[in-house]
Design a protein around this ligand. Structure first.
Ligand SMILES: [Mg+2]
Length: 361
C-alpha cells in the first residue's frame, strides 16, 4: 500500500472518532459552562470515558455499506448504494436497541444480524443517537434526494458521510469528486430530506475525496465548491474566510457560523477549524470548544484533518484514551485496503478473504 494513502484513509476515520470523543463530554454545553468545567482553555485533552458516539458508529456503518457497494460493482457490474446504505443503517438501528425485523427490506430479518460490524459490542453503546436518524429509519423507508423522507436539515446526514469520499464504487481516490459529491448526498438523504440535510454531506464527501488524495483542504474546497448549490456557498465561504488565519475562537464560531446543530453549520465549523489548522490538535480542539454540537463538529473536523495529515498526526495520548480506537483503526485499514488494492470480488484470493467475509455478506 502507498503509505501516505494508507495513513490518510485510516486518519480520516480515526481522527473523526477522536474528534467525536473529544467533543462528546461537552455537547449541549455553552462555552462558559465548558470553561467552568475544564478551565479557561476549555477542552484540552481526551476526557474519560473516551467514548465516540453515534457520529462514528454511523460513519463505520457507512463504510461497511460502501465496501459492499464496491464488491457488488466488481462482481456484477452494478450496485445500489442507497439500498446498501439503508440496510447498514438498519443494522445500526438494531445496535441501538430497536426492532428492525419488520423493516428489513427483503423480508429476512436474520440477515440483519450477519456481517462484521454488528457483532462489535462497542457499536451497541447508546451515545445520544440523533432523533431524526432514529425516526427516519424506523419508518422503514430509505429517503432519496428526489423523494425526501422529511424536511430535516440536522447534522446527522453530514456527520456520517466521510466514507463516501473514500469509497466511490469503481473510482480511484481523487479522480471522481462529482461522483463523491453525489454519493455523499445519497448518504445524507437516506434520513435527512432538506437540501441542507444532504448537500453538506455531499460537500464533505467531495472534500475528503480530494484531500485524501493529497490536496490541501483549501485547494479541495476551491475545486469542489461549485458542486454545491449556490445557497450553501454563503456559509461555507464564510467558514473558509473565518478559518484562513487559523482555527477561530469559540465566540467567532458561534457569532459567524452558529452551533452546528444543522448540516450546513456543522460542516462550516469543521471547515473553519481545518482549512488553516497549524496541526491536528489545534484544529480538533477548536472544533470541540464552542457552544454547540461539539461531537459532530469534532467528528467532521477530524475526518478532514485526518484525511489531510494522516493517522500519525493524531496525538498519541488521545488515541490511547479513545475507547474503541482499535476497532476504528481496523475498519480504517479495511477501507484503505479496498481503496488502494481494489480486489475484484469475483476472484477472491487469500489476501482478501477476510474482507469478503466481513463485508461481503
Ligand atoms: Mg453524537
Amino acid at each position: 500500500m502507498a503509505p501516505e494513502t494508507l495513513g490518510r484513509v485510516v486518519g480520516c476515520l480515526l481522527a473523526g472518532a477522536v474528534g467525536d470523543a473529544l467533543g462528546a463530554p461537552v455537547e449541549f454545553r455553552s462555552i462558559d459552562e465548558i470553561r467552568q468545567r475544564c478551565g479557561p482553555a476549555g477542552v484540552t485533552t481526551m476526557l474519560p470515558p473516551g467514548h465516540f458516539t453515534d457520529d462514528t458508529q454511523m460513519t463505520l456503518f457507512t463504510a461497511e455499506a460502501l465496501i459492499r457497494a464496491g464488491m457488488e460493482l466488481e462482481a456484477t457490474g452494478s450496485c445500489n448504494p442507497v439500498h446498501l446504505l439503508h440496510r447498514s443503517y438498519l443494522r445500526w438501528l438494531l445496535t441501538q436497541g430497536h426492532e428492525v425485523g419488520a423493516l428489513w427490506p427483503d423480508g429476512d430479518p436474520q440477515a440483519a444480524t450477519g456481517g462484521g460490524l454488528i457483532s462489535e459490542a462497542l457499536l451497541h453503546r447508546v451515545e445520544a443517537p440523533g432523533m431524526t436518524c432514529l425516526s427516519a429509519l424506523r419508518s422503514g423507508v430509505a429517503g432519496t434526494m428526489s423523494e425526501p423522507i422529511n424536511d430535516s436539515k440536522g447534522c446527522g446526514g453530514v456527520m456520517r458521510a466521510a466514507p463516501a469520499g473514500l469509497l466511490v464504487p469503481g473510482a480511484e481516490l481523487g479522480a471522481a469528486p462529482a461522483e463523491a459529491y453525489h454519493l455523499g448526498c445519497e448518504v445524507g438523504a437516506v434520513t435527512h430530506g432538506h437540501p441542507f440535510g444532504f448537500h453538506p454531506a455531499g460537500l464533505l464527501a467531495a472534500l475528503v475525496h480530494l484531500i485524501a488524495a493529497g490536496a490541501s483542504p483549501i485547494e479541495a474546497y476551491g475545486e469542489v465548491r461549485t458542486l454545491a448549490p449556490a445557497d450553501l456557498h454563503e456559509i461555507t465561504d464564510a467558514a473558509v474566510e473565518l478559518g484562513a488565519a487559523g482555527p477561530p475562537s469559540p465566540e467567532a464560531i458561534e457569532r459567524e457560523l452558529g452551533g452546528g446543530w444543522v448540516g450546513e453549520e456543522a460542516l462550516a465549523i469543521a471547515l473553519a477549524c481545518s482549512v488553516a489548522a497549524p496541526d491536528m490538535s489545534t484544529g480538533l480542539l477548536a472544533s470541540v470548544n464552542h457552544s454547540g454540537d461539539t461531537d459532530s463538529t469534532g467528528s467532521i473536523c477530524g475526518n478532514l484533518l485526518g484525511a489531510h495529515l494522516g493517522a500519525e498526526a493524531i496525538d498519541r495520548e488521545w488515541v490511547a484514551g479513545l475507547d474503541g480506537a482499535v476497532l476504528v483503526r481496523a475498519v480504517g485499514m479495511d477501507v484503505a485496503q479496498w481503496v488502494i488494492e481494489r480486489p475484484p470480488a469475483d476472484v477472491p484470493d487469500e489476501r482478501f478473504e477476510r474482507l469478503f467475509r466481513l463485508y461481503g455478506a
